[in-house]
Design a protein. Sequence first.
Length: 265
Amino acid sequence: MRKLVLPVALAASATLSSIASAQQAAAPTPPPPAVTGNMTLVTDYRFRGISQTLGRPAIQGGFDYAHESGLYLGNWNSNVSSAAGYPGGNLEMDFYGGYKKAFGDFGLDVGAIYYYYPGSEANQLFPNPHSTKSNSGTVHNFEGYIGGSWKWLSLKWFHAFSDYFSTPDTKGSNYVDFSATYDFGGGWGAVGHIGKAKVHNLSEADYTDYKLGATKDVSGWLFGAALVGSNAKGKAGEFYGFTRANGSNYDAGKTTIVLSVGKTF
């Protein structure tokens, strides 16, 4: 699940300019491309602190379109484990759009995102003990979000318009993301994050997650390392205690180191 703030990577960019002779005016900087692509390899796909691949690697990528007005659209994809809440599915596809604008050091971001897991079966999900309802069809989630930023700090609120990842009677769930990204120069950066998930009508799924990491830009390739963890309930039989193919339990919210390498093109 892409959060629009990368789970382990600090966004970095460089602007190239050329200077003419003293007698000539400087050439204008060309505008950034309207369409960009991205590709990332991670040692563990963590979404809001919870492993989506049961500690195994993931390859991820997508495309973004940004209009000069501030409007944007995008798609992002990743492999996932069917045991991480997507029975029968092993692919996540995100589709999002919104409006983003900068006002000096301040920024605004408003939009919506739809998470889709082709081939998954919602009727096989872990049941909500506080509900008699059952869902069918493909596992999905639809959220709206609004966020603000100041320099290297950002705060974003996500609200579920559908049952939260198809878990019955969880419509109206919320997630708050507070992040900091800092550029030290020389290609080095740092990222910090703390998030809070509040799942409607299912307190067993509430938790807080965190991340602290560093990044290094090497010729356009962004390498990252981050400490990621949460206080999510991940013991056997608990909401985030996922069952591996061999029958053993996997604590999906436990603290771990996530390594990544990615590129925007």
